[in-house]
Design a protein around this ligand. Structure first.
Ligand code: C5P
Length: 230
């Protein structure tokens, strides 16, 4: 299937404070294999979908720092949208920074730099057909309920990743109808589902980790080398 990258928009959300990671600078700006993680993430999409429109959502107080990093690493930043207080708000604000004539929008976490072209293309292809698609992987750990402590059947669960892909009209409508304060809205698929749209799952990729804790940087560097993504 041809990938319609000309009419694809990408929102890379990177406005989080990275409190679980700790340190002075949010994780998305930390060095990974010699340059800021967020640059790897953006380049993964530029490689996979060279003609797509990309917007990066950044916290207002990180914009100047990002500009200085881009200058230091000679990196051409995509347009920057101001992020909000939650991931949901950051996506909502970034939606208005994308061109209005795109058909498919992908939303991706800035802290997932090991995202392969194959995965990106798989999500675009599925979103083109089914309007809403997310990559998901089986859960490999045994699982228990946090409230009762009882074991559950892990085979019925999937861990959901990004990029998540949507028909642009559906995604914009869904975001304009919800309240971002709802704690259940941890990803875009949850927002779209609220508008009655069914979400399709495609195969995710175990290498597509979300860098969350300090030890994840070393793992991400190993995975970058292993996958040859960049
Ligand atoms: O906190 P969590 O790991 O779920 O965040 C997922 C992504 O959402 C990260 O890339 C983070 O930078 C982004 N985010 C954001 N705006 C916020 C909070 C998180 O863009 N206010």
């Amino acid at each position: 299937m041809d990938i319609p990258s000309t009419h694809t928009g990408i929102i890379v959300v990177a406005a989080g404070s990275g409190h679980r990671f700790g340190g002075d600078v949010p994780k998305q700006f930390r060095l990974l294999a010699g340059r800021p993680m967020l640059m790897h993430t953006i380049d993964a999409f530029r490689t996979a979908l060279p003609d797509a429109s990309i917007v990066v959502a950044l916290s207002p107080d990180m914009k100047a720092y990002w500009a200085s990093l881009c200058s230091e690493y000679k990196f051409a930043s995509p347009p920057v949208a101001e992020g909000g207080g939650t991931r949901c708000e950051s996506v909502y604000k970034a939606l208005s920074a994308l061109p209005s004539d795109i058909n498919i929008i992908l939303v991706h976490d800035g802290g997932r730099p090991i995202v392969s072209p194959e995965l990106i293309h798989r999500v675009v292809a599925a979103a083109t057909v089914s309007k809403a698609a997310v990559p998901a992987i089986p859960v490999t750990d045994s699982m228990r309920r946090a409230d009762t402590g009882k074991a559950v059947d892990r085979s019925i669960f999937r861990a959901v990743q990004t990029p998540q892909g949507f028909d642009a009209h559906i995604l914009r409508n869904a975001y304009s109808a919800i309240n971002c304060a709802d704690p259940m809205l941890t990803d875009d698929a949850s927002v779209v589902e609220r508008s009655g749209v069914q979400v399709t799952m495609v195969d995710g990729d175990a290498h597509n980790i979300k860098v969350t804790l300090p030890g994840d940087i070393a793992l991400a560097e190993t995975l970058l080398k292993l996958t040859g993504i960049q």
